[in-house]
Design a protein. Structure first.
Length: 224
């Protein structure tokens, strides 16, 4: 056997070993994803979080989904869109304040412009004239503000009714719920008021609002 043939055979053997090792790693990864996590680590509240996740799932099936479905079936899409635009516009002052607290002057100016335009040309916010004019809706909640101030997110926390969060954002949500417009923060409104094609529509299933976080998958069985 020539030296070149010998080297080729060794290279082929090495390649097969690498492929086999990669396949073993992939299978090991599948087994890890499907297994139940251990307590502690980044989820020190795991027993409570598991319990709340189960309650939320039952609430979603028994309460949120039926209410959202009824709302969607009874209220015409045009009316739902007007209600959503109106409520979203009520949240603009809160977004403006948080943008200012975060030092995001440009975002605050855009939000101020949106609110003014929607209150006037948008018939008190029932129509989103600002988006049509090129002023995109900005983000801004108190959880983001706390993050901008350097507050650590704290451990993962599954909130009753609202789903996955953390301690910092839970505090932020509490502040947001007592400022206009708290309705826009509720899962029922987000689910029901969305028009066709929105990522929040009821047709996407009962637990979409929770399953969008990677964390809830810790409490469900997965497979490759």
């Amino acid at each position: 056997m020539t030296s070149s043939h010998h080297h080729a055979r060794n290279a082929g053997t090495l390649c097969r070993h690498r492929v086999a090792f990669a396949a073993w790693i992939a299978l090991a990864g599948c087994a890890t994803v499907g297994s139940a996590p251990t307590s502690g680590g980044d989820d020190p509240l795991e027993p409570v979080n598991r319990f709340v996740f189960d309650v939320n799932t039952k609430l979603d099936h028994a309460v949120i989904e039926p209410l959202a479905r009824t709302y969607r079936d009874v209220i015409p899409a045009f009316v739902r869109d007007r209600i959503r635009s109106f409520v979203d516009n009520l949240a603009e002052p809160r977004i403006f304040i948080n943008d200012m607290l975060q030092g995001r002057g440009d975002a605050a100016a855009t939000t101020f412009g949106r609110f003014f335009l929607n209150m006037t040309a948008g018939a008190l916010g029932f129509f989103d004239a600002a988006t049509d004019a090129g002023l995109r809706r900005q983000s801004g909640d108190f959880g983001q503000t706390l993050y901008a101030w350097g507050i650590d997110d704290g451990p993962f926390l599954m909130l009753l009714f609202f789903g996955p969060s953390n301690v910092r954002d839970a505090v932020g949500l509490g502040v947001d719920l007592v400022t206009p417009s708290p309705t826009a923060s509720t899962p029922i409104f987000k689910r029901a008021a969305s028009g066709a094609g929105s990522r929040r529509t009821i047709s996407k299933g009962a637990v979409n609002s929770m399953s969008r976080s990677t964390r809830p998958s810790r409490y469900t069985t997965s497979s490759c």
